[in-house]
Write a protein that binds this ligand. Structure first.
Ligand code: LCV
Length: 263
């Protein structure tokens, strides 16, 4: 990891368990390219080091697990969530890591960080955890793979509510909806998460890796015609080239409410 990445992501290996900590609190752990590259590099390092279970967390005491994509790095006039973009690469790195990735969620989760947490295999939260997906606040066209992550995690109705309202889902409801696997008191969050990681690490990593890959293939298996794919891309292009998207980013940077005109 280069100095820039290492300044916002730290890693720690304890036997077969690898811990990735996002430490960018001054920007509320926003997912900058450096953070996202750090997550990818950490997972690659874990694989080389024969780590079989990963934990993704923020620093202890964080009020915000992650504020989502670093808005200052969102590109204008091009797809902001392209296949090779840092967030998408990190989401695939989590899915392709050959072992469970546990999201240890302390604090609130926003936007692309919600997609990142939902892409993890297990989510463990504390009473201050909440989850919000927020493209409509920026006028941003989320992408099909990301929408599928939400449908797979919470089902169609709740996924639509999350996307159309951008409202945070708080911890208790997140547990009831199956977003959280477990909701534990904040002081127990780390010990509970690491104990589960230890149990997973004590089992056959080979068996787990093949079962995890089958989960990925089965949940991603949605036939879509080339024409439908091209229609999705065309619709999304209209949005990311729109006034609304440019206005959404500008408003955030100017710390004011956006004025969307629907074009
Ligand atoms: C850059 C930030 C950010 C940030 N980027 O602290 O979902 S999608 O499709 O939209 C996707 C593209 C995506 O993920 O977009 C980002 C979605 N995220 C959000 O909408 C959350 C934006 N952030 C917030 O609402 C607040 O920052 C929360 C509620 C997370 C925390 O509020 P709090 O009052 O504790 P501040 O807002 O004062 O933020 C502290 C510093 O972090 C920066 C923010 O600009 C501020 O910087 P300055 O100190 O330089 O003013 N920051 C926060 N989030 N996503 N920068």
């Amino acid at each position: 990891m280069d100095a820039n990445t290492a300044s916002v992501v730290s890693t720690n290996i304890r036997g077969k368990i690898g811990i990735i900590t996002i430490c960018n609190q001054k920007k509320r752990n926003a997912l900058s390219k450096a953070v996202l590259d750090g997550i990818c590099l950490a997972l690659s390092e874990f694989e080389r080091s024969r780590v079989t279970v990963a934990v993704l967390r923020a620093e202890a005491g964080s009020q915000v697990w992650s504020a989502g994509h670093d808005i200052s790095e969102l590109p204008l006039h091009t797809d902001p969530l392209g296949f090779f973009d840092p967030l998408e690469a990190a989401l695939r790195a989590v899915q392709n890591f050959p072992g469970p990735v546990l999201a240890m969620v302390e604090g609130t989760v926003w936007g692309g960080a919600c997609d990142l947490a939902f892409t993890c295999d297990i989510l463990i939260g504390e009473p201050g955890s909440s989850f919000a997906i927020t493209p409509v606040k920026l006028g941003l066209p989320y992408n099909a793979s990301g929408i599928m992550h939400f449908i797979n995690r919470v089902g169609l109705n709740i996924a639509k509510e999350m996307f159309f309202t951008a409202d945070p889902i708080k911890a208790e409801r997140a547990l009831n909806l199956g977003i959280l696997n477990h909701l534990v008191p904040k002081p127990e969050l780390e010990s509970f998460t690491l104990a589960m990681a230890e149990r997973m690490a004590s089992h056959s990593a080979l068996s787990i890796s093949v079962i995890k890959e089958q989960f990925r293939l089965l949940t991603n298996a949605h036939a879509i015609t080339p024409e439908s794919f091209e229609m999705i891309q065309g619709m999304r292009r209209k949005v990311y080239l729109s006034h609304d998207y440019a206005e959404g980013i500008k408003a955030f940077m100017e710390k004011r409410a956006p004025v969307f005109e629907g074009n």
